[in-house]
Design a protein around this ligand. Structure first.
Ligand code: HEM
Length: 498
């Protein structure tokens, strides 16, 4: 049964990427004065955009790291009810190793994310107004926070990322919410139905049919009745209508990618075709499993499978290599296949993410035409992708995909390949620096590829509901905004926190 999402209480990024607001800035903040920081939050709540709104000129979103939650006064006991990976953080050494964040990508070498990031203010606006909007937030938050990094973004033509490929095409939809991505109405893939809301919003049923895990507080800590009750009414639900954000900043070595493509091929068209094999889509978006050229008619097509369909199949990857970025990141019907691939589809539905990333830094070519990218001279500009995704379970969704599908050298029968475009290269016993292209009569292997990206920062954030924001800010609830308002429970009940 479809659950009704409380879209007035959910921050907007869950359902829309604010794609018409071309400029965005992410302020990574350290709390310097908790009292003043909470005052800022209390005053900012009215400006925070909810999922029910479609703002035309500016949008604001607020998120917190685990350290930030404690800095703002959330107790250790309450923090312990958040997911383990959120509490430990992305920079935790064991976690980083398991994600493949090694060598050049290891947290020790990051620009940010190891410590002192407590909160993130995300401002989306038009290019003409972004400076003014950010200036206004900076003035408001200055008493409580220090800006550790002000992350700028770039708007590239045709929704492209810096390597020259169209991004944001494949996007899961949430049951009961109209889908929003870069396009207002992306074609709905027939191979999947919208996902259970608990995959992306805490406190709702997920693809297992159970409520996604959500942090809680004891009843006594919510005397103003700002938070909704848990099902068993023994606690208040701090997580409901909130979610987690995964933020990873990648620099992209655009010329290195194109030089590699050029040096392994004989002409520009072959170089572009090899790049398409690595991504799994042509630069303008057409999926290579269905399109043998960069067909504009198929640019936004997301209705395709790999293992088998009546129309077509590509079981061994002759069209789209098993190791192509999109085939690794979302293997669709390819894994654990039964006769129809439906087992695989049921499984991959539990490992989806809503991507909300934005590129940053100057483009190598203003047009983003692959022919220009191919011949562009090297430069020393800092450019890349602020990879951001929304997930209800960091470990099951983002971490599994990153660790087992993108980084692993042993993905789906491959044994020395990592993700061709995003993986750090490992050259030891677990080497993952090959890229295998199945071909008749024999496969072609591109060996010892360099890394085309470097991870330079990252953190896990909690994107609270509006009610939870009020609770964190200790701001009084307005009667209409307290989901639990009107319910009664004895504040003297003090169950142990789970
Ligand atoms: C600099 C790093 C990256 C770049 C340049 C990049 C680029 C792209 C591009 C061009 C697409 C195809 C367009 C689309 O389907 O929307 C794509 C798809 C995708 N990427 Fe990435 N990506 C990067 C890192 C990552 C990471 C770290 C993850 C997850 C851990 C990820 C997950 C995905 C997913 C899930 C898809 C959609 C696959 C599908 O459903 O077909 N990407 N990416």
């Amino acid at each position: 049964m479809t659950e009704v999402l409380e879209i007035d209480d959910i921050q907007g990024l869950v359902v829309r990427g604010y794609g018409t607001l071309h400029a965005a800035r992410f302020l990574l903040l350290e709390v310097t004065d908790p009292e003043a920081a909470r005052r800022y939050l209390a005053s900012a709540i009215t400006r925070v955009n909810r999922a029910s709104e479609s703002p035309a000129d500016v949008a604001l979103q607020l998120a917190f790291t685990a350290h930030g939650m404690t800095q703002l006064g959330i107790s250790e006991q309450v923090l312990a009810t958040f997911s383990r990976e959120f509490i430990e953080g992305m920079a935790d050494s064991v976690r980083a190793e398991s994600l493949g964040d090694l060598g050049a990508n290891a947290p020790d070498a990051w620009r940010w994310g190891r410590a002192n990031i407590h909160a993130m203010v995300m401002v989306y606006a038009t290019s003409a107004t972004i400076d003014e909007q950010v200036g206004r937030e900076l003035a408001e938050l200055a008493a409580g926070f220090r800006v550790v990094h002000e992350q700028r973004t770039t708007h590239l033509p045709d929704h492209k990322e810096h390597f020259g490929w169209r991004d944001g095409l494949s996007m899961p939809t949430i049951d009961g919410v109209p889908s929003r991505g870069h396009h207002e109405h992306p074609p709905k893939p027939s191979w999947t139905t919208p996902l259970a809301p608990g995959e992306f919003v805490l406190g709702y049923r997920n693809e297992y049919g159970v409520r996604s895990e959500s942090p809680v507080v004891v009843l006594a800590s919510d005397p103003n009745n700002q938070l909704p009750y848990t099902d068993d009414r023994t606690h208040k639900d701090l997580g409901r209508n909130g979610t987690y954000l995964v933020y990873r900043q990648y620099t992209q070595h655009v010329q290195a990618l194109w030089r590699t493509l050029a040096s392994n091929t004989t002409d520009a068209e072959a170089a572009i075709a090899l790049g398409a094999k690595m991504v799994g889509r042509w630069p303008n978006g057409a999926p290579i499993v269905d399109a043998d050229h960069d067909d504009p008619e198929m640019a936004t097509n997301n209705d395709f499978l790999y293992y088998g369909t009546a129309k077509d199949h590509d079981r061994i990857g002759l069209k789209c290599p098993i190791g192509a970025h999109v085939r690794r990141a979302n293997p669709r019907d390819q894994l654990a296949p039964d006769r129809t691939g439906s087992d695989s589809i049921a499984m991959v539905r539990k490992h989806q993410m809503i991507r909300r990333g934005r590129p940053y830094g100057p483009p190598v070519s203003e047009t983003m035409d692959p022919h220009e990218l191919l011949t562009a001279p090297a430069d020393r500009e800092d450019r890349g992708l602020h990879f951001i995704c929304v997930v209800g379970a960091i470990n099951r969704q983002f971490e599994l995909v990153q660790r087992s599908w993108l980084h692993s050298a042993n993905f789906n029968g491959l044994f020395e390949d990592g993700d061709p475009i995003s993986a750090v290269r490992v050259r030891d016993a677990n080497a993952n620096d090959d890229f295998t292209v199945p071909c008749e009569p024999v496969r072609k292997k591109y060996k010892e590829l360099p890394a085309f990206t470097q991870l330079v920062g990252g953190a896990y954030f909690f994107l609270p509901s509006i009610a939870a924001l009020r609770f964190i800010a200790r701001a009084p609830a307005s009667p209409s905004s307290a989901p639990g308002a009107g319910s009664s429970a004895s504040p003297s009940t003090r169950p142990p926190l789970r």
